[in-house]
Write a protein that binds this ligand. Structure first.
Ligand code: FES
Ligand code: FE2
Length: 439
């Protein structure tokens, strides 16, 4: 469990909140590049509790700006995207991608107001099909983009999905560093074996060993394969909101998430799966896009979306699986087929992560042995918050992009072999080189 104060420190991400300050030291992946079209209407965004709109100008420059027009606050969601500028429909002020005022049609020609006013605009970068923004303190001189492997390899090696989940970012993140749930929540109760018939399903009581790392925390779980052999899965938490999940024998790609806070109660879940040295398997991509027998895989399928009206932040990325629809649980299937009765992998995760409230009161938890990684991750985050708040000390990785060149690993090792020594070289990401072992 956590104290109320620690829980509050971890979950609040708005401007001025300690976790908001930590998150703002990092670049944030915020939109799929191909869905922000030049000269098209702006999209409503909210990030870290700030209301924004994203748009792309006639020359292809992406832009992320304040939702409120700096004149008298009209919503820029209604603005006209025209001739390399965004023009507010109220009095026609027009802004460039960097927030400079280009035109104030109702002002006297000699007015100097144009030079004094600016629309808040955050730097944007585009890399391999993803738009990133930096909302931090060094606006004039932001750090380099993080070197995170999935976004360094060619787009054809990667499958991405974006969806909104109705809970706090940390609740969602904690679900992915907790691998004890996998064989249970994602299991089957009929005779067909587990959908993800991982070898570890034979041992439901993994032993956890966690290590602090310069990038975050490694959470290793060991399961017994037989008397002589152990199966290790090492998930990684990377500051500030990343998780990496190791490959499986049947699904040998690497995967993970950015759990990007839209606000304190809503999370943009960007899932990436990739093969570092070759194009992504077409059949797996199709499975991720279409689902499997009407059920979701780890990725949001194309059929899962239920877009909201355009005034809703991330309107296009809401899904039909929500707390209000009880994630479409089927209690008949729960009796006969699937352990949970929830329709597919990510839906099972999201249903449990979203919990009974968007911000769960962690003073009521009872942590157990399999929550070792979660406990260490929280401590790690709290220590980083304190260092930043009390000593203005930033985490090492905030300005060193290579800190994030990390992979999650799954290893079969003789009993007694230390996972961290045996796995060290496989945990280092080298874009363009294969895993180096058979998962
Ligand atoms: S409120 Fe936007 S131009 Fe007046
Ligand atoms: Fe899961």
């Amino acid at each position: 469990m956590l104290s109320h104060a620690d829980n509050e420190a971890l979950v609040r991400v708005g401007p001025g909140a300690p976790m908001g300050a930590l998150m703002r030291l990092y670049w944030i992946p915020f939109y799929p590049a191909d869905q922000l079209v030049a000269d098209a209407p702006p999209k409503r965004i909210r990030l870290l509790g700030e209301d924004l709109v994203a748009w792309r100008d006639s020359e292809g420059r992406p832009s992320l700006v304040d939702h409120a027009c700096p004149h008298r606050g009209a919503p820029l969601l209604y603005a006209r995207n025209e001739e390399c500028g965004l023009r507010c429909v109220y009095h026609g002020w027009k802004f460039a991608a960097d927030g400079k005022v280009m035109d104030m049609p109702a002002e006297p020609e000699r007015s100097r107001l144009k030079e004094k006013v600016r629309l808040k605009s955050y730097p944007c970068r585009e890399r391999n099909g993803v738009l990133w923004t930096y909302m931090g303190p060094d606006q004039a001189d932001p750090p380099p983009l993080p070197e995170i492997e999935w976004n360094l390899v060619p787009q054809e090696n990667v499958h991405l999905s974006w969806r909104v989940q109705e809970c706090n970012w940390l609740q969602a993140l904690e679900g992915e560093i907790d691998s004890a749930h996998a064989a249970i929540l994602h299991g089957r109760v009929d005779s067909k074996g587990a959908v993800n018939a991982w070898t570890q399903a034979t041992d439901l009581r993994p032993v956890f060993e966690c290590r602090r790392q310069p990038f975050g925390v490694s959470i290793a779980s060991r399961r017994k394969l037989n008397e002589d052999t152990a199966y290790w899965r090492v998930n990684q938490f990377m500051l500030p909101f990343w998780t990496l999940v190791p490959p499986q024998s049947k699904f040998p790609e690497l995967s993970g998430h950015a759990w990007v806070p839209i606000d304190d109660e809503t999370t943009l879940c960007l899932m990436f799966s990739y093969t570092p040295a070759q194009p992504f398997y077409p059949r797996t991509r199709e499975l991720m896009q279409q689902g499997h027998n009407g059920r979701e895989t780890g990725h949001a399928s194309l059929h899962s979306y239920a877009p909201k009206p355009p005034a809703t932040p991330y309107a296009d990325f809401w899904t039909k699986f929500t707390p209000q629809t009880a994630y479409q649980i089927d209690y008949d299937l729960q009796r006969t087929t699937w352990f949970s009765g929830l329709p597919g992998l990510w839906v099972q995760d999201a249903a449990c992560q979203s919990g009974v409230a968007a911000i769960y009161d962690r003073t009521k938890e009872h942590l157990c042995v399999s929550d070792t990684g979660i406990a260490m991750t929280r401590r790690y985050l709290l220590e980083n918050l304190a260092a930043l708040r009390d000593r203005a000390e930033r985490p090492a990785g905030a300005a060193q992009p290579e800190t994030f060149l990390v992979r999650a690993v799954s290893l079969t090792l003789p009993v007694g072999t230390p996972w961290d020594e045996a796995g060290a070289s496989f945990m280092r990401a080298e874009p363009g080189t294969d895993l180096g072992y058979a998962p």
